[in-house]
Design a protein around this ligand. Structure first.
Ligand code: FES
Ligand code: FES
Length: 162
């Protein structure tokens, strides 16, 4: 039997009937058509499905959709719409920090959450934040470079605005 779910996704109020066993990832992808949340391992290991729930990265494959009741969920589509991570995306592109791109949306969600919580992370802290994101294509160095550069650019812009 389906239950009503009321949540906010990418700034929009959503009310949908869902099966209690539906994962948040399946809800986002199949019910809302937000396929930027990728599914890889479906067991919490690869990070391809990361979304922000109330600002905290969560594995959407492990969270039930009903657990998002009353929460605010942000997906890669939301970041694209607001442009909040446009500079981060540009640095990934500049630094060739992606190849097939399957992991990239999850990487961007982790990186964006990290930079919001810690605007000046060390490279070790960046690596730590990405420890749940697997990439089969890159050597991670370019990804860390892209995030490090974005942090420095954001700090310089904040300083210049003072
Ligand atoms: S699909 Fe969720 S962690 Fe891999
Ligand atoms: S770019 Fe292919 S898995 Fe990361």
């Amino acid at each position: 039997m389906k239950v009503m779910l009321s949540t906010t996704v990418n700034g929009e109020q959503v009310q949908e009937a869902v099966l209690p066993r539906t994962s948040l990832a399946d809800f986002l992808r199949e019910d809302l058509g937000l396929t930027g949340t990728h599914l890889g391992c479906e067991m919490g290991a690869c990070g391809a499905c990361l979304v922000l729930m109330d600002g905290v990265p969560v594995h959407a494959c492990l969270v039930l959709a009903v657990q998002a009741e009353g929460s605010t969920v942000e997906t890669i589509e939301g970041l694209n719409e607001t442009g909040a991570a446009a500079d981060l995306q540009a640095r990934f592109h500049d630094r060739n920090a992606l190849q097939c791109g399957f992991c990239t949306n999850g990487m961007l969600m982790s990186a964006q959450a990290l930079l919001e919580a810690n605007p000046a992370p060390t490279r070790d802290e960046i690596r730590d934040a990405l420890s749940g994101n697997y990439c089969r294509c890159t050597g991670y160095e370019a990804i860390v470079d892209a995030i490090d550069t974005t942090a420095r650019d954001r700090a310089a812009r904040t300083e210049a605005a003072k």
